[in-house]
Write a protein that binds this ligand. Sequence first.
Ligand code: MTE
Ligand code: MO
Length: 198
Amino acid sequence: MGIVSPGFTGRRRGGAELPPGQYLTHEFPVLSAGPTPRVLPEHWEFTVANEAGEVSRWDWAALTSLPSEEITKDLHCVTRWSKLGTEWKGVSLDVLLADVETAADYVLVHSYGGYTTNLPLEDLLDGQAWIAYEYDGEPLAAEHGGPARLLVPHLYLWKSAKWVRGLVLSDTEDLGFWETAGYHEYGDPWKEQRYAGD
Ligand SMILES: Nc1nc2c(c(=O)[nH]1)N[C@H]1C(S)=C(S)[C@@H](COP(=O)(O)O)O[C@H]1N2
Ligand SMILES: [Mo]
């Protein structure tokens, strides 16, 4: 005879509940819409352009000399896998955007290789997003976005642009690669915002 807990609906593991429609994996699948760009750290740069077109730049030495954080986060991919407790090191977007003058509401994230994704600027602030360059204590592997990727784990993982090269801040919302193809413009896994209109 099984024991059924009344009212139990979420699947729990280590106290964490999975968002609706997700399953747990211990793998770290690679999902890339094209070939893996090979960007050497010495050729890497990250730029932020504000709505006035003013550009701030960081090369690899500048990025890695900024204060970094070690963070542990759950990842939720729209293809339904979730991976819990992943460990990263990176620089908070709060640090990178501190001196950027802007009143913009939206961001289009650009990657080496041409991938783009959009999100509200406020979702990059207040300890919600990082430019991550280590995974599990090692330099971030190229197939997972190395040398550095955006990590914005409270949204579906397609928002976490691998091989990130810059942000363009804007008063209007321009859609990125998957958002243009019919995926949700925001992508909250807890609200199951997979496709436009969800
Ligand atoms: N530049 C770039 N970033 C990207 C993608 C991509 O194709 N290109 N795929 C996105 C998608 S759909 C997912 S699920 C995650 C996968 O990250 P992973 O390959 O490290 O698991 O990267 C996201 N970031
Ligand atoms: Mo994805």
